[in-house]
Ligand binder design. Sequence first.
Ligand SMILES: [Zn+2]
Length: 215
Amino acid sequence: VKFPKPLTKLIESLERLPGIGPKTAQRLAFYLLHFPQENLENFANALVGLKTGTKLCSNCKNVAESEVCSVCDDDTRNKREILVVTSPLDAFVIEKTGYKGVYHVLHGVIDPLNNIGPEELFIGELLNRVEEFSAEVSFEVIDGSHNLEIILATSSSMEGESTALYISKMLRNAGFGKDVVKITRIARGLPVGGDIEYADPTTLEKALEGRSDYS
Ligand SMILES: [Zn+2]
């Protein structure tokens, strides 16, 4: 049986989504066929506007509606706490814990098997931020206490761990000592290998509270 072209095209598009196999794609396509035209158009417009209506925050690389995201733009947020996450979704989930610092979104993890190196991620941009911060603010080193904290919140998967390790080495190699930049790692309240996006806010809050010195 050959489906009409518009259906085939939609099925092929749906199949590219994660977790959707050919059967599910077919079911969804036929389901959408019952939608009123107006709903379909709203759906289509939402898809079209997804990329054109959003940009990456020039500072933290989170998904935003303007050049600078609402978190970076908020003067009440603690700019001396930068929480490093893998995806915008992770930042969104952590936001629900009441975290009051700022973010840095990597948009992935270092994954050599899939040809994703540090250059493919916004890791260099993180170093730039730390360098800019240090240029703007004269670090007042009191009792060896840190002036900037980098909280590494990548997952506890192998890739997440090696990404955290890479970032901490990069910052130390750039000359930022423990007295100036404190590097912490979120606690293992999270299931091993578990993704941040699936954790409930309470678990995440605990994981954040229990963060420990990393390097
Ligand atoms: Zn931002």
